[in-house]
Design a protein around this ligand. Sequence first.
Ligand code: 9MR
Length: 262
Amino acid sequence: VTAENEMKWDTVEPSRGNFNFGPGDQIANQAASHGQKLRGHTLVWHSQLPGWVQSISDANTLRSVMNNHITQTMAHYRGKVYAWDVVNEAFADGSTQHRPPVFQNVLGNGFIEEAFRTARSADGSAKLCYNDYNIEDWNAAKTQGVYSMVRDFKSRGVPIDCVGFQGHFGSGGPPSSFQTTLSNFAALGVDVQITELDIAGAPTTGYTNAVRACMNVSRCTGITVWGVRDTDSWRASSTPLLFDGNGNKKPAYFAVLSALGG
Ligand code: 9MR
């Protein structure tokens, strides 16, 4: 289970030092009472970031605000969240570079490393993941940028345990190189997961290909769909999920079940 919005910065720390874990706790409690594993989403992200953080221009202030947010949030969910998206979507589209605002602009290239180091100190048991979209195609610049970062982190002992591939696909499903991408990242010594899967029109072939790519890579340790019913999806008009608006199983549901081995 992943909280779609309830563990994001704007909900968790709407003003400096005032933490609101109520909405996230509801999800955590629901997951715990059903024996479901919980992913934490997300600690450091440029979006759904409150204005008071976006307007910080002093590096020392932003560094301490970022580290405090990570530390307090991970401490609250210690033992409940098995894996955290420590940093989400930090790379710019079509590029090997980080996107500018606000962490990169104010803290520079080292902010991702700092976030992961802080996260390891805050919770030594949770898996620490980098999560992004449009990094499924091995030939994309953004994929190569993230790959270089993970390789660098592993070579220097910066703590990172997993990479999340969001998997928001068009009707064609995953790119043909997706399995290659997953296995190349896994070979660096991290787990890989599909973290936010949805496919426009929910084609059975696209879902089957996404599940197979993960099943074929031994370090691919999870597949999460980004919502249950089409009507609740962030892209509802694309009907991208496994259940329709009435909660009925769609053909893609049965395709996924069969790709998982029944
Ligand atoms: O599904 C989320 C939607 O309800 C929010 O309005 C939106 C706001 O940014 O975020 C959506 O979730 C995003 C996720 O947190 C990160 N990857 C992309 C997801 C879809 O936009």
